[in-house]
Design a protein around this ligand. Structure first.
Ligand code: HSE
Length: 437
């Protein structure tokens, strides 16, 4: 059978990994796909780099549009990233009847609804395993392996850079700024690390998983996003002393009131498997009504791990090329006319537990004032410790763990507590999830 011809747009880290794995494993890949899959054309602005990687095995161009307009190309692999030219190229490829494989989470989180609608209309596939958690096959697992389940929640460590920073802060007692520099030197964090450390990259990925898990459209703009840049080593240490570890979690949950979609630093009990995911690794826990909790763990970035996900999609597309579009696995797991309009919850309506750290003057009546505020708002305290003042300090740290309550109640409590004359500085609030079954 005629080989599948692939046009690769962008041959940076992931493109290079994809190219070399496809070449190295071509025989087994073709036995799996039923026909050979060959990257025949590579588009990259840096044609010298592209030539060095492809070693004469592909035609090189600096004009990506010539690839998406080439009638010989069956599948376009988009690894350019961003929401600008990448969107134009993907839309053009779809218009030209080509299947698309992409690792571009930002593009899909922002424009996925439009892209999938265009692909559906045209009868082509847009596959995106590599967009979430690199080499971890979470999209396929959610969409196919867990298809029997009513998904209850999905919780993930889906940004390796942030997880590396949090692991190092805990292990070494270093500050956020110190470890960020280390992450940059190791090439984990970009020169502008905003997307990684402010939770935006994680929110992109969570948006995709939420859509697939619950059968809803992509709604990135409704996601609550808070990063790790304000976390202190003290909070990490205090959490540890209380039996918890702080992780940047993406959390999406189905509740009676609507769907939660949130990324923020979160305390989780130290003994949970996901609390022990360290360094740049990713992990996602999915709770389904039938299967219970399942955890998916692996490399969330990197040339060959992400290349593995891209090629898995290429094989999937190759296998289904002969199937009628209506018999393929739907892009968002649910049939396009069966998406639900269940509302996403504003953060105020989210119900979770909290770690609160207050700096207060060490004098009689302070605790009574604080606990009165919490009690009046119906917030129940689960645990509390007071730390000895450090030398020369007049205020002490009080750490409270609350039971589950509404975010808006906690917001009110924090405002009232911060207004007390005996409270010095801002209240630190970190959300807490037990993740028990
Ligand atoms: N920058 C991401 C991370 C990998 O640190 O996990 C690509 O999404």
């Amino acid at each position: 059978m005629k080989p599948i011809q692939v046009g690769l747009l962008g041959i940076g880290t992931v493109g290079g990994g994809t190219f070399s794995v496809l070449l190295r494993n071509r025989e087994e890949i073709s036995r799996r796909a039923g026909r050979a899959i060959v990257i025949t054309t590579v588009a990259d602005k840096d044609t010298a780099r592209a030539k060095a990687i492809t070693q004469g095995e592909a035609t090189i161009t600096d004009d990506a549009f010539s690839v998406v307009n080439d009638p010989a190309i069956d599948i376009v692999v988009e690894l350019i990233g961003g929401t600008g030219v990448a969107k134009q190229l993907v839309m053009k490829a779809i218009e030209n009847g080509k299947h698309v494989v992409t690792a571009n989470k930002a593009l899909l989180a922002h424009h996925g609804n439009e892209i999938f609608a265009a692909a559906h209309k045209k009868g082509v596939m847009v596959a995106f395993e590599a967009a979430v958690a690199g080499g971890v096959p979470i999209i396929k697992s959610l969409r196919e392996g867990l298809a029997a389940n009513r998904i209850e929640w999905i919780v993930g460590i889906i940004n390796g850079t942030s997880n590396f920073i949090l692991s190092k802060m805990r292990e070494t007692g270093a500050s956020f700024a110190q470890v960020l520099e280390q992450a940059k030197a190791l090439g984990y964090a970009e020169a502008d690390p905003t997307f990684d450390i402010e939770g935006i990259d994680a929110a992109h990925k969570l948006t995709l998983m939420s859509a697939i898990g619950f059968g809803i459209p992509m709604q990135f703009s409704a996601a609550y996003t808070e990063g790790i840049s304000k976390l202190t080593r003290e909070d990490i240490r205090f959490a540890e002393e209380l039996g918890y570890r702080i992780k940047l979690l993406g959390i999406t949950k189905r509740t009676a009131a609507g769907i939660e979609l949130r990324v923020h630093p979160t305390l989780i009990p130290k003994e949970r498997l996901i609390a022990n995911v360290e360094g740049v690794m990713n992990a996602i826990v999915v709770k389904g009504d039938a299967v219970g909790q399942t955890m998916f763990y692996g490399a969330g970035a990197g040339a060959e791990p992400t290349g593995s996900a891209v090629i898995g999609d290429l094989i999937d597309v190759a296998r289904t090329l002969t199937a009628d579009p209506e018999h393929r696995v739907p892009h968002l797991a649910f049939q396009p006319d069966q998406l639900s309009d269940i509302a996403l919850l504003p953060m105020d309506e989210v119900n979770t537990a909290y770690y609160l750290r207050l700096q207060v003057l060490d004098q009689p009546g302070v605790l009574a004032d604080i606990t009165r505020i919490l009690a009046d708002l119906g917030i129940s305290i689960g645990a509390m410790v007071q730390k000895e003042p450090t030398e020369g300090e007049t205020s002490v740290n009080i750490i409270m763990l609350t039971h589950q309550t509404l975010e808006k109640q906690v917001n009110q409590a924090i405002a009232k507590i911060e207004a007390l004359a005996v409270v010095t500085g801002k209240v630190t609030r970190i959300r807490l999830e037990e993740l028990d079954s």
